[in-house]
Design a protein around this ligand. Structure first.
Ligand code: PGA
Length: 244
């Protein structure tokens, strides 16, 4: 695991942008794994700026997002489909047919999960997967206890995850309790992984990750077994939680 220490959220976003811009330039048909949440917003803003300045194009880019809430239609303002559209896709020249986000409102969710796995394979696998980390160590929506062998599936969200994500909804009751998430094995099959970690709310998780053990009780720990992981972490997320 290659760890890059940065000062703050802005610097984390800048470094991540440099890496993704480089991959978009160097790969003929880049397949990007993307994430939602507060962590990648600064990165997406900067990618839009790079596009507007003519430095990059998304014409040949294919994307696969990590997850989507079960039960939310694509046009629901809280769906991750809308999040990605607002934060990135509608501002750049990406082709609609190359955007992939699980459909959490599919009538047959099992079939949707299988089709998602198939689509990733068809695209030749994910070149670089962007990840955030949950305070509980989740990656995607794979909560503690998820088998490392998991593929894209319907998952139950932990209470702490529902509480953490309630900030995006009018009330906590509106937060879906399930999601479709790319599996841990699916994530691990990516050729490269870029994990972004910012803020003191992630300090405990970061300390556990750096401790190095690998356990299904802490999903992100599996990243210690991947050959090509870069972690960009800011000072607040590196603060020793015991010192607080
Ligand atoms: P966040 O979410 O970027 O909003 O902190 C990360 C995650 O839960 O994986």
């Amino acid at each position: 695991m290659h760890v890059i220490n940065v000062k703050n959220y802005e610097e984390m976003s800048e470094k991540a942008t440099d890496i993704l811009v480089h991959r978009i330039h160097s790969l003929e048909k880049p397949v990007l794994g993307l994430a939602t949440g507060s962590t990648p917003e600064g990165l997406y803003q900067r990618l839009i700026e790079e596009y507007e300045q003519g430095a990059i194009s998304f014409k040949h880019v294919t994307t696969f997002n990590l997850d989507e809430y079960v039960g939310l239609e694509q046009n629901d303002s809280n769906s991750y489909y809308q999040f990605m559209n607002e934060k990135l896709f509608r501002h750049v020249d990406i082709a609609m047919e190359r955007i992939h986000i699980p459909n959490g409102a599919a009538l047959d969710l099992g079939k949707e999960c299988d089709a998602y796995e198939h689509a990733i394979k068809q695209a030749g696998g994910i070149d670089i997967q962007l990840l955030g980390i949950g305070a509980n160590g989740h990656i995607g929506f794979n909560e503690p206890g998820t088998p490392f062998s998991s593929k894209t599936d319907i998952v139950d969200l932990e209470k702490t995850t529902i509480q953490a994500n309630a900030r995006f909804f009018h009330s906590i009751e509106e937060v879906p309790t399930q999601a479709v998430s790319m599996g841990i094995e699916t994530i691990m099959n990516s050729k490269e992984i870029l994990l972004l970690v910012s803020g003191e709310a992630k300090a405990d998780a970061m300390a556990k990750l750096l401790a190095g053990g690998v356990s299904e009780d802490f999903p992100a720990s599996i990243l210690n077994n991947h050959a090509n992981v870069t972690v960009i972490v800011d000072e607040a997320a590196l603060a020793d939680p015991k010192q607080k």
